[in-house]
Write a protein that binds this ligand. Structure first.
Ligand code: PRT
Ligand code: ZN
Length: 285
């Protein structure tokens, strides 16, 4: 390892690993990774990737042992390390949620007054119940929190949920979400002052944001009769139009994905044909 290289800690082997490595590669970082590797030096940038347990990332970044880390927002909320959050990365989506056994008579938060809640997130749990003025005990369990109610350990659980299938499998029902989470990029608080590392950091953030903003956009391509041009320009002002034989125009450009279905029907009315929508990999502006 080289001390002037920017160091980024990522989860070694877990739910965030595949998406994180995919995101880094989409951002143009070239590196080897296989399951037994502890760190990789990037071939094309002075960046080193360290593979660690996600629980260790807050301390590694806070202490400055590494400069950057990628982990779930849920861990930040729970541990509140002194680090700077730089970006939401738009994968690893889940919610921290309060759930009770299907047959439980409890139907609202206040119904849990005086009860015990099993969780790996005691701080988030206590903070949530305090907000509602409800007093609960928490019992901290690191794995398989879902089985605590059936063992008679707790009246409810607070755990991460994504599809909800684990809840269903354990005969639990969701009472209320507590907060939403996704993967985030964090930095050591003093990193901005490191003049040696700053240019690389800026370059990396530019690459990350160009990959993230591309996720919002789609490349669209279609043809319309040339008489539709004025109305189409009104609808989608930033598209490029090129004349085709047969009084038709070829129309191309980038649109916001959430606009697509709203304009789709109107484009049909304008005689649009050969409509293609493609993902955009990167946007550099
Ligand atoms: O070994 P290491 O300590 O690094 O990993 P870990 O076992 O502590 O974490 P891991 O890999 O399970 O999760 C890493 C991160 O992924 C979490 O901190 C979250 O930010 C994010 N994430 C996204 C999730 C989930 N979705 C998720 N569904 N983390 C955990 N779960 C678990 C949840 O705890 C429950 O057991 O999946 C189950 C529920 O899933 P569904 O789909 O059945 O609802
Ligand atoms: Zn962990």
């Amino acid at each position: 390892m080289n001390k002037n290289n920017l160091k980024l800690a990522v989860q070694k082997n877990g739910r965030l690993t595949e998406n994180t490595l995919g995101f880094l590669r989409a951002s143009g970082l070239e590196f080897e990774s296989y399951s037994r590797k502890l760190f990789s030096a990037c071939r094309n940038m002075p960046v080193e990737i360290l593979y660690v347990r996600d629980d260790d990332i807050p301390r590694l970044v806070e202490s400055g042992a590494v400069d950057l880390g990628i982990l779930g927002q849920n861990i930040l909320n729970e541990e509140r390390p002194k680090v700077k959050k730089l970006l939401n990365l738009r994968y690893g989506y889940c919610s921290l949620a309060l759930s009770v056994p299907k047959e439980s008579p409890i139907n609202d938060i206040s119904g849990l007054n005086g009860k015990t809640i099993a969780t790996s997130y005691p701080r988030s749990t206590q903070q949530f119940f305090q907000k509602y003025g409800v007093k609960v005990e928490t019992i901290t369990i690191k794995g398989s929190v879902e089985i605590a109610p059936s063992l008679g350990l707790a009246a409810a659980i607070v755990d991460l949920v994504s599809t909800g299938s684990t809840l269903a499998m354990n005969d639990l029902r969701l009472l209320t979400p507590i907060y939403r989470s996704e993967a985030v990029l964090i930095a050591n608080e003093k990193l901005g002052a490191d003049t040696e590392k700053n240019p690389v950091l800026r370059q990396l953030i530019t690459r990350f944001t160009s990959v993230l903003s591309a996720k919002n956009y789609k490349y669209i391509s279609l043809t319309v009769p040339d008489t539709s041009a004025p109305r189409l320009t009104k609808l989608l002002p930033n598209l490029v139009m090129t004349a085709l034989p047969g009084q038709r125009l070829s129309v191309n450009g980038v649109i916001k994905e959430d606009m697509f279905w709203t304009v789709f029907d109107r484009m049909k009315d304008l005689g649009a044909k050969n409509i293609y929508m493609l993902p955009v990999e990167k946007i550099i502006s």
